[in-house]
Design a protein around this ligand. Structure first.
Ligand code: URA
Length: 187
């Protein structure tokens, strides 16, 4: 299955209740051959309207962090654990995550990134370790099912607490260093 075919299937999904309140499915965006994939928790209001991930305030901050380490949004692939907006931006429920994760797993198989970066607790807990604590383990690379993964702060957390921004930027710098090691390219 191609990424486009998967997107078509996802577009028509009604497997969990989130389809009833969504405006759009937010499948993901970016380079389908990306070395780096970023995974957030779920679309917010702006994302739901525009059908694109991370396009609100958090998204602008994410774009800034990418730019600070020499990356453009078009270089990476960005998506979420759940593809439809949870009402009032609540956390996606475990059963919603469970239902939607098959789409994400297929996306990861097709894109086959070298590094997966989980943005925030929800994505890190679902993909790295159920007890993941971002303050303790952010920036650590760990292999899971053949993929090199890292959890870092969700941009929304950085908007709430700017004291975290220094550590977050270091995590982004480490992503670049790690990818340079893997691909043996100079950034
Ligand atoms: N927060 C997320 O986790 N994902 C988005 O796409 C936007 C905000």
């Amino acid at each position: 299955m191609t990424l486009n075919e998967l997107q078509q299937t996802c577009q028509n999904c009604s497997k969990c209740d989130l389809y009833q309140t969504r405006t759009n499915v937010v499948f993901g965006a970016g380079n389908p051959d990306a070395d780096i994939m970023f995974i957030g928790e779920g679309p917010g209001e702006n994302e739901d309207i525009q059908a694109l991930p991370f396009v609100g305030r958090s998204g602008r901050l994410l774009t800034g962090y990418l730019g600070a380490v020499g990356l453009d949004r078009k270089d990476v692939y960005i998506t979420n654990i759940v593809k439809c907006r949870p009402p009032a931006n609540r956390d996606p429920k475990p059963e919603e995550q469970e239902t939607c994760i098959e789409y994400l797993k297929s996306q990861v198989r097709i894109i086959n990134p070298k590094i997966i970066v989980c943005l925030g607790r929800i994505a890190s807990a679902r993909l790295i370790d159920k007890d993941f604590r971002v303050t303790k383990s952010h920036g650590e690379f760990i292999e899971r099912k053949g993929y090199l993964m890292m959890g870092t702060y969700h941009p929304a957390a950085l908007l709430r607490n700017s004291n975290l921004k220094f550590d977050a930027l270091n995590d982004f710098k480490n992503i670049i260093q790690e990818i340079a090691k893997i691909t043996k390219t100079e950034f």
